[in-house]
Design a binder for this molecule. Structure first.
Ligand code: SAM
Ligand code: ZN
Length: 370
């Protein structure tokens, strides 16, 4: 094992030879540092204080240890660290000592994540959490229902999914089976995958009048990440359901639109293809993202957070990609900055040539050809 330093915190863990994997003695993935940085910025940017923070799949515990050091005073009331790996308790205790932390305010357990969240262990009181972070290998599916169940009103649920192939429709049967939707393998597949994941997390909450509202959603490196705020109320759930729709896409002219139906004819006369059902509501709480840009202390996250802030100004479903349009219509792509102005659009983090705009393909083509 190696001594690793990430921002403020040291841990003993094994570094992966290539990609991070289940066989590592103590799981540490350097690629996920950004994921951890952003969780700290988010928790420091929301109003919630005195929180019970639960990490049911804590791995090396690096995220939790960093919470202890890097969250603002008064944010953390109790930190729950759990992982089913056999040497987990020993390792966490060693890492706590390494950083000079006492065990005050920390509860360590070595159980299956579901059992841990349900608080079924013998001496555990029945607990709801203000923050739950689901950070598994691959799909978050096994943990979604229980996490939605155990998140407090106004609490934050964070979900990572690294099974991007399943969410972007590499194998349509897998997407259907795991996420109850259809994806599309086109230039928008990452936005589509993220929106399919959002709906999948919302569904188990809706049946208990718990509305899981996305406040920050993004795709980075090889994973998807969504933060939800848990809100209570039948009406709020009805509102969520209204935003479970389809994205219609015309492969012939590149037009797209949101619809309650999964079929239709495009204005160009061709049949629409479809993705969904998926979340067609907002991906961001724009005020929160602005606050995060201000609060952020990590130089390496600055550019990305600013990009999300820009995107949050026009938080709509789908985007147009200038290179895809250029290739399809055999026209030279115009400069991004110029097109952003003319289309009254914003950039999207899903693609460096992507523009979110209220304009449709016919108008876009007119502007490009001018
Ligand atoms: C991707 S790692 C977590 C990384 C960690 N959150 C971080 O930021 O470094 C996934 C962890 O989940 C644990 N795990 C997998 N299935 C589990 C289950 N059913 N219950 C509890 N822990 C589980 C694994 O032992 C592994 O340490
Ligand atoms: Zn069309």
């Amino acid at each position: 094992m190696k001594l690793i330093t990430e921002q403020t915190t040291k841990i003993k863990a094994t570094l992966p030879k290539r990609d991070a994997n289940k066989k590592q003695e103590v799981f540490y993935n350097p690629m996920m540092k950004s994921n951890r940085n952003i969780s700290i910025v988010l928790l420091n940017s929301i109003a919630n204080k005195g929180m019970g923070l639960a990490l049911p799949l804590a791995g090396s515990g690096i995220r939790g240890l960093r919470f202890l050091k890097e969250l603002k005073k008064g944010k953390l009331d109790c930190l729950y660290l759990n992982d089913k790996k056999e040497n987990f308790v020993e390792n966490i205790e060693e890492n706590l000592e390494l950083n000079g932390f006492s065990k005050k305010k920390i509860k360590i357990s070595n159980e299956d994540a579901e059992r841990f969240l349900l608080g079924q262990s013998e001496n555990e009181s029945f607990t709801y959490f203000d923050y739950i972070d689901i950070d598994p290998f691959g799909t978050p599916n096994p943990f979604i229902s229980v996490a939605v169940n155990k998140i407090k009103r106004n609490g934050i649920l964070a979900i990572t999914a690294t099974d991007t192939a399943a969410l972007t429709g590499t194998y349509p049967k897998v997407t259907k089976r795991k996420y109850w939707a259809r994806s599309l393998r086109n230039y928008m597949m990452h936005e589509i995958g993220l929106r399919i994941l959002i709906r999948k997390v919302q569904l188990p909450g809706i049946q208990f009048d718990k509305a899981m509202v996305p406040i920050l959603s993004y795709n980075k490196d090889h994973y998807f990440r969504v933060y939800f705020r848990s809100e209570k109320g039948k009406e709020k759930c009805d509102q969520l359901i209204k935003e479970h729709q389809y994205l219609l896409f015309c492969p012939h002219c590149l037009n797209h639109q949101v619809s309650n139906y999964n079929l239709g004819k495009c204005d160009c006369g061709a049949d629409f293809d479809y993705a969904g059902p998926l979340w067609t509501g907002k991906m961001f709480d724009a005020k929160l993202v602005s606050k995060m840009v201000k609060e952020n202390k990590f130089v390496e996250e600055e550019k990305f957070l600013k990009a999300l802030k820009e995107e949050a100004k026009l938080d709509r479903v789908g985007f147009y990609d200038l290179h895809v349009i250029g290739k399809k219509y055999k026209i030279e792509a115009k400069k991004m900055e110029l097109m952003l102005k003319k289309l009254k659009g914003v950039r999207t983090h899903f693609s460096k040539n992507g523009i979110k705009t209220e304009k449709g393909i016919v108008e876009i083509l007119k502007i490009i050809k001018k």
